[in-house]
Design a protein around this ligand. Structure first.
Ligand code: KG4
Ligand code: ZN
Length: 330
């Protein structure tokens, strides 16, 4: 079954063609980073406008790279939410129009489900049940992924997502966007123990997260120290370490509490080199298998949407009333 996936939930316009949820025939991403960069974050109005500009060429290129004609697709899949509604609507409208004109089924995909399915794009095929850390700009949560494809929420952030904290602090430092990438770059080779930032852990068994205390503490540090009085690199490394410490600790704790043998990490922050390194070391020490998708499938992409759609299709078929489908923000 050959599926065209379309993703426009935030600031990447993406399309991909995937066969049977695993054979990647093409994957195209038009990044809007240069457009939003001057503002230090995503400007929703600009995102919608750029999606409009990019969507048709991106879909055409995905079909071209896969050497497949639109009429030979078996279905069209699209992210329906959560995300920026104006951005989502561009992809959703394009997908509906294609599905209607070509008389193909439309498969709506939840963006989070897409990220979770990226675990199956890891080199090592995950064996369910496993723990999945979903860590992105909008979400930070732990799920238990079961063989039938269900994901059970084990714990989530009480406030900010980890990626959001990276982005806000990078913006305050004026070091660029997306913040996680900028902080990772600065942190390379610097001292992660230079500044003692707080770690929120809650009760002993808690699988919840909180990053607002860390964010406030880092923001206060920036405000109370004038530029040049501290090493930016050490600040970045210390901040990154505080985020990574909690993410790694809770992922391992979740696997142990649930008696599961494997951990996957997905979403934009799972592209973080320090997080990947720490997860690798600590899961090996605990005898847990680790499933990490390649970095390009951690950040937003359409391959994961087409892959997720294949599993949704096998379970529940296409959307019954596809033209009535609406986007949702949360
Ligand atoms: O999954 P994603 O592309 O979009 C959402 O669904 O949110 O995640 C974007 C987030 C941003 O907050 C960005 O700063 C963060 O992922 N991110 C990173 C890295 N690359 C992207 N955070 C830490 N280290 C990275 N290398
Ligand atoms: Zn995402």
């Amino acid at each position: 079954m050959v599926i065209l996936g379309i993703e426009t939930s935030c600031d990447e316009t993406a399309a991909a063609v995937v066969r049977d949820g695993k054979d990647i025939l093409s994957g195209v991403i038009a990044s809007q980073v240069p457009v939003h960069s001057p503002f230090g974050g995503v400007v929703p109005e600009l995102a919608s406008r750029m999606h409009l500009e990019y969507i048709i060429p991106v879909i055409e290129r995905a079909l071209g790279n896969a050497a497949i004609a639109a009429k030979d697709l078996d279905a069209i899949a699209v992210t329906r939410g959560p995300g920026l509604v104006g951005a989502l609507l561009v992809g959703l409208s394009a997908a509906k129009a294609m599905a209607y004109a070509l008389q193909k089924p439309l498969i709506p995909v939840n963006h989070l489900h897409g990220h979770i399915q990226a675990a199956f794009l890891s080199e090592d095929m995950p064996r369910e049940p496993f723990v999945c850390l979903v860590v992105s700009g909008g979400h930070t949560a732990l799920y238990r992924v079961d063989p039938q494809g269900d994901s059970l929420l084990l714990g989530a952030t009480r406030d900010d997502a980890a990626g959001e904290a990276f982005d806000k602090i990078a913006k305050l430092l004026g070091i660029g966007y997306p913040g996680g990438v900028a902080i990772q770059k600065l942190a390379l080779g610097a001292n992660p123990g230079a500044i003692a930032f707080p770690r929120s852990r809650f009760e002993k068994d808690s699988l919840e997260f909180s990053f607002s205390g860390l964010k406030t503490s880092a923001a206060n540090f920036i405000r109370s120290h004038s530029a040049g009085t501290f090493a930016l690199e050490d600040f970045a490394a210390s901040f990154q370490e505080a985020v990574v410490d909690v993410l790694v600790e809770k992922s391992i704790k979740a696997a142990k509490q649930c008696g599961l043998g494997g951990i996957a990490a997905v979403g934009g922050v799972a592209a973080n080199a320090r997080l990947r390194e720490r997860l690798a070391g600590e899961s090996a020490a605990e005898n847990l298998r680790l499933y990490l998708p390649p970095v390009r499938f951690c950040t937003d992409n359409a391959v994961m949407i087409a892959a997720a759609a294949f599993r949704t299709w096998k379970r529940s078929g296409p959307a019954p009333d596809m033209l009535a489908l609406d986007a949702f923000s949360r």
